[in-house]
Design a protein around this ligand. Structure first.
Ligand code: ZN
Length: 513
């Protein structure tokens, strides 16, 4: 056996453990009876610890050293070289983080999430505050252990968006705000003048049976190219996608009888994630290029943001377009003949693209969504710097909501307590939603340039050309390239806001002239 094969076999076993972790997670969120929660926590902790010990062992270091020497003369873009580089980077970081810190975060996470849920239900921020302060302290220790040049946030971003930094994010946000605010003001004024741009959308609030919602959404997922021989759709409280190699990529959605778009767009969103995972080169199965070795997760994407770019591309750029509903609305009406009898395709298209500043991130439209993210990221940075105290969070949140979206949260449950992320220690992950939005428009614009007639294919419901381009340029590479490298190779430029702003301007000035 060669040194590379030894290395690959070692990583393959760690990938198997990660798939087991994912499978236990999927089961816990879709099938497990509530009584299983405590012992499931034990099972997850045990398998995670075994995977961690395996990966951070001296043996892994020796295998990486030997494999590195063996591939030293190979082209730097080869999957073998990239797999070793990925493993090396993750290994060096993982070895810098003390075991007691990892244990402290894992232990705090369980109680912190539970307290957050109680605090949110009781609208009682002070109850959650001490846990958030503890979590923040551990995140600072984590940033110190990993190391950073400029800002502690940079160290935390490594886990989610390699190459991204606090300073790059600040520049990105400035440009984004500069483009979005005038557009929002324009639409806000137009909407108000017309009695609000939500007028006429009350047909979304009729009773839509779940089974028909599921059948329609799954039919579209199949048309996009989601392979049900290697996938399935289940129900969960919060929609997600999860995979155990490219051969088993599952998605979930939730149903709201009174608001059918939640399940339909939720399913299309998760389908985008799933197409990414199903499209990874089979040769990368069980390798370092389909394993997040830092967080011990079996996943094939370059970064959280890159993954999110694909969910949003299929959900929004394809699924929320006029041509999409011109084509598929008649089929939707076959599923809901009474509910949609008096509705046209154009009315439906407008209803699912209404713009309305709201308090809740997950209910936000395409235009206001990024403000929810920018607010959270700026707060995270300030908390890490120490310029904002946990006790002052609700006030800072309300001020930021007021200055950006013109809204004041009536309580903390609909303000600072609305998301689970901070209680879980996911500091640094929020930005990837906006990075994903920005990237989605870059990739889509590049696909249009590469495929003349793409708009016509999409209007005819032919999704194979788009899926083919995305697979060739993004999906098949798994984690082989950094987000910036992928963007450069596929679009000819690094992360840039312009294509995203151009997309939003064109779409929303057409909707609201
Ligand atoms: Zn997503």
């Amino acid at each position: 056996m060669t040194a590379y094969t030894d290395f690959q076999n070692h990583i393959a076993e760690i990938n198997d453990l990660c798939c087991v972790i994912n499978l236990l997670t999927w089961d816990g969120r879709t099938q497990m009876p509530p009584g299983g929660a405590t012992t499931r926590g034990n099972q997850l902790a045990t398998v995670t610890r075994i995977a961690q010990e395996r990966f951070t062992s001296d043996e892994t270091g020796r295998l990486i050293d030997a494999a590195e020497a063996e591939v030293a003369s190979e082209t730097p873009d080869s999957y073998r070289v990239r797999a070793i580089t990925q493993a090396r980077e993750a290994y060096d970081i993982a070895r810098r983080v003390p075991t007691d810190l990892m244990t402290a975060i894992a232990e705090l996470k369980t109680i912190s999430q539970q307290t957050w849920a109680e605090a949110k239900a009781a609208n009682d921020f002070p109850r959650f505050a001490p846990y958030l302060a503890k979590m923040l302290d551990l995140q600072r220790r984590m940033a110190d252990a990993i190391g950073f040049a400029e800002h502690p946030y940079d160290a935390l971003l490594l886990r989610y968006e390699p190459g991204m930094t606090a300073s790059r994010l600040r520049t990105l946000f400035e440009t984004l705000k500069g483009g979005l605010l005038p557009l929002l003001q324009h639409i806000g004024a137009r909407g108000n003048a017309a009695g609000g741009n939500v007028a006429g959308a009350d047909f979304l609030d009729r009773a839509y049976p779940e089974e028909a919602q599921r059948a329609f959404a799954l039919e579209i997922a199949g048309k996009f190219g989601y392979d049900l021989n290697r996938g399935r759709l289940d129900r969960s409280a919060h929609p997600f996608e999860i995979s155990f190699t490219r051969n088993d990529v599952r998605i979930t959605t939730r149903y709201n009888r009174r608001f059918m778009p939640a399940a339909v767009f939720g399913t299309l969103h998760e389908t985008g994630h799933a197409l990414y995972e199903q499209g990874v080169d089979p040769a990368l199965t069980r390798s370092a290029l389909t394993t997040d070795l830092l967080d011990l997760y079996a996943v094939g994407g370059a970064s959280y943001g890159t993954h999110e770019s694909q969910s949003r591309l299929w959900e929004n750029l394809v699924g929320r377009s006029r041509s999409f509903w011109d084509l598929h609305f008649p089929r939707l009406r076959e599923f809901f003949p009474e509910q949609l009898a008096d509705v046209s395709a154009e009315e439906f298209y407008r209803a699912v693209n209404r713009v309305r500043p709201s308090l809740i991130r997950v209910e936000a439209d395409e235009l206001t969504y990024n403000f929810h993210i920018m607010l959270r990221v700026e707060i995270e940075m300030a908390l890490l710097e120490g310029s904002l105290k946990v006790a002052d969070l609700p006030e800072a949140w309300a001020a930021a909501m007021q200055s950006t979206l013109g809204l004041t949260p009536p309580d903390d449950a609909r303000g600072v307590l609305q998301d689970i992320h901070w209680s879980s220690g996911l500091f640094g992950s929020f930005c990837t939603y906006t990075v994903g939005n920005v990237m989605s428009a870059q990739f889509f614009a590049a696909a249009k340039r590469a495929l003349p007639g793409l708009e016509d294919y999409l209007a005819a419901g032919e999704y194979a050309p788009l899926l083919g381009w995305l697979t060739e340029n993004i999906y098949r590479h798994g984690r082989a390239f950094s987000p910036e490298e992928l963007l450069q190779r596929a679009t000819g430029s690094g992360l840039t806001v312009e294509p995203y702003l151009a997309y939003l301007r064109e779409k929303f000035t057409d909707l609201f002239p």
